[in-house]
Ligand binder design. Structure first.
Ligand SMILES: [Zn+2]
Length: 495
């Protein structure tokens, strides 16, 4: 492994005919070069015609969106070898922006540094190479931001809604809320059901099939990571998963500008704000880019540096997973097409998404049930969803989804114990809070006491959760709290 001193944000290009943006990075002045390609030309949508937002001044505004995306995308490459200095050559960051990006990356990379024994106290220092930005351009951008996107005829952001779509239970729960007939009947219009789905990177069967069931159009933005990343990943460089929610945020801001959306809707729940563990002074949250703290910081940044008119918020923010599970359990039409299994979505070293073939699971092994390519039935996420759904569904419905009863699979006992916090700390996975797991486990046991793992854990769970605790927990976990960034018009549908 070669050592580097500086990571450099070199430049980016945008082709306004085919709407393809290219982003360039390097270590130590082109010693290692990375080119990432983002294709904004959705197969399903056309850019609104007769607008000036890709010409002249409009292009300068767009460049501001793309520059911020340039800063967001770098993480995939930087983590190969974290350097002290980060040189920004593609435009200019002011002091407040630098604080924002440094805060995020330190929070995000905390877990990565811990796992790799890296002392990060000296790392991540942004440095502008252009000392003074072009004042005219800066004024133009400020005008655009303050005039709510109506200035100069470019990109008049409309009240259009875009729901980030995973085809997983959370985005399906948001769909359910936006789509609920009782809501648009109450509103006296079908306005609420008018929204599109957003998919980033590539589309798989899960997203496609669930969108079809939802009867919604998909706006797809494709991504191609630099080949050099995969080459270096095969040598001894650091590797770590990237904060995909964060990257998607900055992608959707560009999409808002190009396709005139003013509402970006996510499905991050309340428990995403809870940290996994603490190390020295740093709280480690595996899902930091889904937390309310991050979302609020991002909204302030968005308002000051990109547009006052874009709303970026999570419809499920005030809800516990426990409640989301309840909403999702009603959407039975998705049961045979959705998945939240992590192993089905891992990228292999050649850059291919694994899994989702008919006869193999994510590790290339044959499935016990060849038809079950949606769930590996081994990982924490599978166990988590199984536990969560078992509160509301019966065994027949569960087996129809997973092809087996995971509570009868003794090899998973340790994973379930961790999930219910009977052992170790909360696993480094996107799972729920201690109270949610405990209550679900308790309610499930009362219904399904003969399932093997539940039988083994029964005493522990009853000791931790008596009748009174159960009642209090249920009250608490079904309540929606209001600490969120949801615009008023959308809050109404949650009442
Ligand atoms: Zn799995």
């Amino acid at each position: 492994m070669e050592k580097f001193n500086t990571f450099i944000f070199e430049r980016f290009d945008f082709n306004k005919t085919d709407l393809v943006a290219k982003f360039y990075y390097s270590f130590d002045n082109w010693k290692e070069i990375f080119e990432e390609v983002i294709d904004f030309k959705s197969a399903f949508f056309n850019i609104p015609k007769n607008s000036l937002f890709l010409e002249g001044e409009g292009l300068i505004i767009l460049n501001n969106f793309l520059f911020n995306l340039h800063i967001a995308l770098w993480i995939s490459y930087y983590k190969l070898f974290p350097t002290e200095i980060l040189e920004v050559k593609s435009w200019f960051l002011d002091e407040e922006q630098i604080l924002f990006w440094e805060k995020f990356y330190r929070n995000w990379l905390g877990e990565f540094f811990i796992k790799n024994y890296i002392d990060f106290s000296e790392l991540i220092n942004f440095k502008n190479i252009w000392k003074v930005p072009n004042i005219e351009e800066l004024n133009l951008i400020n005008n655009y931001i303050n005039a709510d996107g109506q200035q100069g005829g470019f990109s008049p952001l409309q009240e259009k809604k875009l729901l980030l779509w995973w085809g997983w239970k959370d985005s399906i729960a948001s769909y359910s809320l936006l789509n609920s007939p009782s809501i648009w009947k109450r509103e006296g219009a079908r306005g609420w059901v008018d929204f599109d789905l957003f998919v980033f990177w590539k589309i798989d069967d899960i997203k496609k099939n669930t969108a079809e069931i939802a009867e919604k159009e998909i706006l797809l933005v494709k991504r191609q990571l630099s080949n050099n990343l995969f080459k270096l990943n095969q040598q001894w460089y650091y590797n770590w998963h990237v904060p995909i929610t964060w990257i998607i945020a900055f992608i959707t801001f560009v999409v808002s500008y190009l396709y005139w959306y003013s509402n970006i809707i996510l499905s991050n729940e309340k428990s995403a704000s809870e940290e996994n563990t603490t190390w020295k002074w740093l709280k480690i949250n595996h899902q930091y880019s889904k937390s309310i703290e991050f979302e609020s910081d991002l909204n302030k940044y968005l308002e000051k540096y990109l547009s006052k008119k874009i709303n970026y918020f999570s419809l499920l923010r005030g809800m516990y997973e426990y409640k989301i599970a309840k909403i999702f359990s009603e959407e039975k039409k998705f049961f045979n097409t959705f998945s939240s299994c992590n192993r089905n979505f891992k990228i292999n070293k050649e850059g291919q998404t694994q899994g989702t073939t008919p006869t193999e699971n994510s590790r290339g092994e044959s499935c016990i049930h060849p038809e079950n390519n949606l769930w590996c039935c081994e990982c924490e996420k599978c166990c988590f969803v199984f536990l969560m759904l078992s509160v509301n569904l019966d065994e027949k419905e569960l087996v129809k989804i997973f092809w087996e009863n995971l509570f009868n699979k003794i090899s998973l006992e340790k994973t379930f114990k961790e999930l219910i916090w009977l052992e170790n700390h909360k696993p480094f996975e996107c799972v729920w809070t201690y109270e949610e797991s405990l209550l679900s486990a308790k309610k499930t046991i009362k219904k399904w006491f003969s399932w093997k793992i539940l039988e083994n854990l029964k005493q522990d769970i009853f000791n931790k959760c008596d009748e009174k605790t159960e009642e209090n927990l249920e009250k608490k976990l079904l309540k929606t709290s209001w600490e969120d960034n949801i615009p008023d018009t959308f809050s109404k549908i949650l009442n």
